[in-house]
Write a protein that binds this ligand. Structure first.
Ligand code: SAH
Length: 400
């Protein structure tokens, strides 16, 4: 351990690290005490030689060091097994009974560059840093020791790998699995494509919110916008909605959500449309001069993809958010509920709420906030690491 190369930080750069943030940027480094190969383990010290932690080095990345621990550690199979077991126990505590969930959420679990999702008895890993890529040979056995999974897939087809000097990678690593997978969320089955689906197959981060939002559905007309596999819509149907209409521009997603409705015995109360939500909302709120839109929904869910990937595109994204809220509010009955989500890290909770209040102002509606939402607890938020917080949502009742 004594022979570990040391990364010395410039004066004044240690505070964020001491507070628990795991990234060290190139510009914060004073010097290296020895030559370090990319992907290798280093120790990090402040300019007074006080140990700040150990982590993986990569000169190619803007993030030169991703810390794993404030202490000296050896990132072997035993280390990963212990870390992953700790992460698993957080999920078991906060999501008792769940059988599909994110086991490891990178920085949220102090494993920057590693994501592990559990879909019933199959695991999907996503590796986005060189350090983790090099340790795949100890990470996979650690996962096998903990879960004895039927199969492990890799879904490292993320663009961010190129910033680490890595190619995209996809495929079966262990075991056997073919075709779609039946994933159980809150007692409903969702057919999921682990090989080609969004993210690592589906949006596990909404699992708790599907259930929470469905409490507003009983006896009502429901509109699920950006429905994907039908997560919100089918939970609403099960909760006793009179009817649920699901909208997604992807014909494949709509077909999958139809099968999901049928497999859960909910097809009777659902209708589906493969269409652009902006177009649908526009067409359904278009009126002649002096006519008014007749509100017809008791619950409208808006869960769009992130309209922005960077800070520069935030104004455009806000215009998009405002537009869908404006039109959705026109279709919502008085006393009805608008459940709305924003998954962009670059749009803060305050900014998101301001945007929808500005839509309410334009339509002269008054809203009562009845719930606030965040990502499910298997995507833990570490406030000292702001990058771990991205999904926010609200339920608003239409007062008038
Ligand atoms: N509510 C879903 C997640 C939505 S992800 C869930 O919980 O699983 C975003 C979805 O929006 C994707 O399925 C994508 O096909 C769809 N989408 C993106 N832009 C769209 C648009 N303009 N109109 C309709 N659907 C859109």
């Amino acid at each position: 351990m004594e022979s570990l190369p040391t990364v010395l930080l410039k004066p004044g750069e240690a505070d964020r690290i001491l507070a628990g943030h795991p990234w060290i940027y190139h510009g914060e480094i004073l010097r290296l005490t020895a030559q370090v190969g990319d992907g290798e383990l280093v120790q990090v010290k402040d300019h007074r030689q006080r140990l700040l932690g150990t982590g993986f080095y990569n000169s190619k990345s803007k993030i030169n060091v991703r810390l794993l621990s404030p202490e000296r550690i050896t990132p072997n199979e035993a280390f990963f097994e212990e870390r992953i077991r700790t992460a698993l126990s957080v999920r078991q505590k906060h999501m008792p009974g769940a059988t599909s969930f994110r086991v490891v959420n990178a920085e949220s679990d102090f494993l920057s560059g590693l994501i592990v999702d559990k879909y019933e008895d199959v695991l999907v890993v996503q590796i986005s840093s060189l350090g983790m890529e090099r340790r795949k040979k100890v990470i996979i056995p650690a996962l096998q020791a903990i879960f004895s999974p039927r199969a492990i897939f890799e879904r490292s087809d993320v663009a961010s790998r190129k910033f680490e000097g890595l190619e995209e990678a996809n495929g079966l690593l262990v075991g056997e699995h073919n075709g779609p997978m039946a994933v159980n969320l809150n007692g409903l089955k969702f057919e999921t494509d682990l090989v080609g689906g969004h993210k690592t197959g589906m949006y596990l981060d909404q699992q708790a919110n599907y259930q929470a939002v469905s409490q507003f559905a009983k006896g009502g007309q429901v509109l699920d916008c950006f429905s994907f596999l039908g997560g919100f819509g089918l939970h609403a149907a099960r909760a006793g909605a009179t009817h649920v209409h699901l909208l997604d521009q992807s014909a494949d997603a709509i077909e999958a959500s139809k099968r999901n409705a049928a497999n859960n015995g909910l097809a009777g109360g659902c209708s589906f449309e493969a269409i652009n939500v902006f177009d649908w909302l526009k067409a359904n709120t278009a009126v002649k001069p002096h006519e008014r839109v007749v509100p017809r929904f008791d619950l409208i869910i808006l869960d769009p993809p992130s309209f922005t990937r960077n800070r520069a595109s935030v104004p455009d994204a806000l215009r998009g958010y405002k537009e869908i809220h404006l039109r959705a509010l026109k279709l919502l009955k008085p006393g009805g509920t608008l459940a709305t989500f924003c998954c962009s890290h670059h749009v803060s909770t305050e900014l998101f709420q301001d945007t929808l209040l500005s839509a309410a102002y334009d339509t002269r509606h008054v809203l009562r906030r009845v719930a606030t939402y965040a990502q499910s607890p298997d995507h833990p938020i570490i406030p000292m690491i702001p990058e771990t917080e991205y999904l926010k949502g609200f339920a608003f009742e239409l007062v008038r």
